[in-house]
Design a protein around this ligand. Structure first.
Ligand code: ADE
Length: 248
């Protein structure tokens, strides 16, 4: 999988890309990340990449020419891959969107800065717009890293455990069950007995029920679209009834 990132802050990418799982994925050739500095395509003496908004008002707007020049010189005049603008106005990034993006062999990521980007970049260059959440950051660099991270860990061979991504929170549409590791007791807080039992069927059932419990308590909205069996539905029904029963 290849990522081409277009940014005015290329230096912020290396520390994260050169750590842990992304570093290993790069070294093993599972991903390639090329970070391009948009400023290198600004042709004026001072390499200006922003300007005042037409119509007045505060803030600066990212200029159209250097962004087009950067993307077209790297990807050609008619890019074949998705060109994704990171912006708080985009569609919301979810695990499902990450899985969809992971099917492409190459992605171009455009990081906006300043107050916004010239509208012609959105209209005539970007093929997709993605937001990582309903809050505003100072630029699209962190969102681009979030996207690269979430997509990369879905690629075959990236995680040590081949099923590693399958149990994740959100992978099945539910939140993940709780995890424990040694020691079995810490400050009097013990690990649930079932996890020490060695009974794999019981453990699987407990984990599923914990996922359902957590999702019902924290993100009941996810239950509308989660992949649920008849047993799951009955368990949820029981939980809802218990919740309604007064305990005095
Ligand atoms: N740029 C600034 N805020 C952003 C967000 N929430 N998502 C994507 N890009 C952004």
């Amino acid at each position: 999988m290849e990522f081409d990132v277009f940014t005015l802050l290329p230096e912020v990418f290396s520390p994260y890309l050169e750590s842990s799982i992304l570093q290993r994925a790069r070294q093993r050739g599972l991903i390639q990340v090329r970070v391009h500095n948009i400023r290198d395509w600004a042709t004026d003496k001072h390499h200006v990449t922003d300007d005042e908004p037409y119509g007045g008002g505060g803030g600066m707007v990212m200029k159209v020419e250097p962004v087009f020049a950067a993307v077209e010189s790297v990807l050609g005049p008619a890019p074949a891959c998705p060109v994704i603008l990171l912006t708080p106005q985009g569609r919301l990034f979810t695990q499902k969107v990450a899985a969809e993006l992971a099917t492409h062999p190459r992605l171009a990521l455009l990081c906006g800065r300043y107050e916004g980007v010239d509208e012609r970049i959105r209209e005539h260059l970007a093929t997709d717009e993605i937001s990582i959440g309903d809050y505003v950051l100072t630029g699209g660099e962190l969102p681009a890293l979030v996207l690269i991270d979430a997509v990369t860990r879905l690629l075959p061979g990236v995680l040590g455990d081949p099923d590693g991504a399958a149990d994740d929170s959100h992978a099945s549409g539910l939140l993940e069950y709780p995890h424990y590791t040694r020691p079995p007791e810490f400050r009097g807080w013990t690990v649930p007995e079932v996890l020490l039992s060695g009974d794999h069927a019981r453990i699987a059932r407990w984990r599923r029920e914990q996922s359902l419990r957590r999702t019902l308590a924290r993100r009941p909205d996810l239950l509308q679209t989660a992949d649920l069996s008849e047993a799951d539905r009955q368990f949820l029904e029981r939980l809802r009834r218990e919740d309604e029963t007064p305990n005095s």
